[in-house]
Every structure is written in C-alpha cells, then in structure tokens.
Design a protein around this ligand. Sequence first.
Ligand SMILES: C=C1C[C@]23C[C@@]1(O)CC[C@H]2[C@@]12CCC[C@@](C)(C(=O)O1)[C@H]2[C@@H]3C(=O)O
Ligand SMILES: O=C(O)CCC(=O)C(=O)O
Ligand SMILES: [Fe+2]
Length: 357
Amino acid sequence: MPSLPEKPLSNVPLQLHQPKNFQFDSVPESHAWRDLHDHPTVDPIGPDTVPLIDLTDPKLTAKISKACEEWGVFQITGHGVQPDLLTRLEAQIHRLFALSADRKLKTAKSPGDVSGYGLVPISSFFSKLMWSAGFTISGSPLHHAQKLWLDDYSSFCDVVEEFDNVMRQLGNKLLHKILLSLGLSKEDIIRACPVRDWHDMSAAVQLNSYPPCPDPDRTIGLAAHTDSSFLTLLYQNSVSGLQILRSKDHTGPMRWVTVPPVPNTFTVNIGDLMHVLSNVRFRSVMHRAMVNPAKHRISVGFFCGPPMDVKVGPINKLTGPERGPVYRPVTWQEYQRLRRKLFDKALEAIKIGEEIA
Ligand SMILES: C=C1C[C@]23C[C@@]1(O)CC[C@H]2[C@@]12CCC[C@@](C)(C(=O)O1)[C@H]2[C@@H]3C(=O)O
Ligand SMILES: O=C(O)CCC(=O)C(=O)O
Ligand SMILES: [Fe+2]
C-alpha cells in the first residue's frame, strides 16, 4: 500500500460531501482517484484462483492452513447458511439503499459512532470520495431501522438478526478451524482462544452498496485496506469487484487478483488481529472493491473479533526462540482506535519484535 498521498477533505462530517444517490454522467473530480493501477490486475485463472474450500472436506484443516499461509483469503462452500436467507438479506439491502438520501441520513453516523449510515472509517484518510455507500450495524439494528422505515422496519431487523446469529456461529467455527490449522491442539485452543463460544464473539455487519459507475477505471468502490478483525466473512452479490493484493510466495511481484462472486459462497479473509494472534504465520490480506459500469454491486462484510475487553497477543505456542512475539497484546477497541489514527501504520505501532529472527 503506497503511503497516503492526500489529506482529508476537512473536518466537516464527511457524509455531507457524498452526493445524493450517485446521479452522475461522468466521474466528478471529487471521486477521481489516481494510482489505481499501481499493480497489474490478473484474472482468476489456474494458480491465480483464490482457493475454494468445502467446509465438509475431510482434509479441511490442511486446506485452510495452505490457503491462509499462501493467500490470506479463501472462499467457502458447505457452510450451511441457507441461500434463502442470503436472498432475503439482499432484498433488504436493496430496499435500504433505495431510500432517499434524506431518509438514510436520519441514521447518519456522528463522529465516534460505529453504527449507522455513512462513510467507512478509512475514508477520513483520503481526499477523494469512494464510489460507494455503507451502513454499519453493531448490536441491535432496531433503533436505526425505526428511523429508516416508519412502518415496516421489522422485516429488516428480523433478517439482519437472523443473519447475525448464523454468521456468529459460522465465524466461531472458522476461527477454531483456523487455529487448528496453525497446528494447535484442541486443549491449546481452549487455553488460548480469546473467544470461548459464539455468544462471546464481538461482531459487526457492514452493508456496502456500489452503484453503477460511468467510468469505473477512474474511481474506486472501497480503497485498499486490511480488516482489523480476526477474520471477515464477505458475501457479494453476482457482480464482481473484490480484489486482493497478492505476491506469489510472498516474494514475487504484487498483483491485484479478482475474487469472483461464486453463488452461495462467502469469502473469508484474514484480518490484522489474526495476523497478531498467529504471530504472523497467517498474514492479513490487503483488498479493495472496484465498481462496475452497468450493474449495482452489493456486499456484506461480517467482521469477527474478540470480546471487546479481551486483549489479543501472539499465542504462546506460536512463539519461540527463533520467533519471539512480534506484537504486543491489544483489545479490538484499542486497535480500532489506533487504526482510526494511523490507518495502515497501526500494526507497526504495536510491534515489539522482528518477524523472522
Ligand atoms: C468492526 C468494524 C470493522 C470496520 C470498522 C468497524 O467498526 C465497522 C466498519 C468496518 C469497516 C468496513 C470497511 C473497511 C474498514 C477498514 C472500515 O473502514 O470500516 C472496516 C473496519 C475494520 O476492519 O477495522
Ligand atoms: O465489497 C467488497 O468486496 C469488499 C468490502 C470490504 O472489504 C469491507 O467491507 O471491509
Ligand atoms: Fe475489508
């Protein structure tokens, strides 16, 4: 990730700068990004295809281990989430983003808020706006849903709550599989895993809307970033846009690799807190979202992290004489605060050791 070239727009709440529902014939200067073609983009073919893993595969642990080490991202089938739930969620997301800008702004995030409508936190690091709108849900969606729809707000809440429940269980299962794939035993995991069961996990849901764009090569839906979570499960509709930054064997040239939408799959990506927990065995993955000239893209990120008051540091068993703990322990809250201040320098700020001795 190149260092950040431009300053934030001003200290006026940024959502006020966002245009009403992206009615443009061309990309305005406010949304025109430079440096989008810093690395070549490759289509997902042969060895450049993000691993697709069936969670019922008997060789699951080995497959996850390889995917996390080599890619930091994989797609999953056999996850048990009903396609019908995803269809209903998609319909509610379209319903939300189709509301008038004035109505959506009734739920606008104020500085310091996690939940609500508005720009993603990383927006404040860029002078250009992204070609997207976002709605974040952490905790009950009821309060905001009642402001969005005066009558039927419960259909939105019901679907979001059902999704949250199912995804917490899936996220918790994946977290344990990932820890197993680091070579830890079940006993090690009971001792070391910051999440005891799925009720414990902290989670946030990010609804992303990327309207069609008249000149998609000049703008970006979501700027390159890593997630701060342990892991993020991403659902994307049938419109392509997600790309991950990858260097084969961690040594070759960097390339943007498209993660194509595969029906009824989730894309799982390693976040910064797993990078810390695994003592850099599994690295967080840089990713971004591109936009489409004709189609409206939506995605849903489900961010899984430790309980807010639990500190996460490298697991003891994954440290040793040749690789001491690379990072100091942090809570998710503290780390998110650091990210809001330092963005892509946040990991550096908690570093206490060298990656390879
Ligand atoms: C739990 C969270 C992860 C997130 C910050 C948040 O509090 C809610 C929004 C999430 C999101 C979505 C878009 C990319 C991202 C980097 C951002 O700016 O907001 C992530 C945040 C993150 O991973 O820290
Ligand atoms: O829309 C996408 O494909 C990516 C979304 C994302 O990275 C996020 O919400 O953190
Ligand atoms: Fe992300």
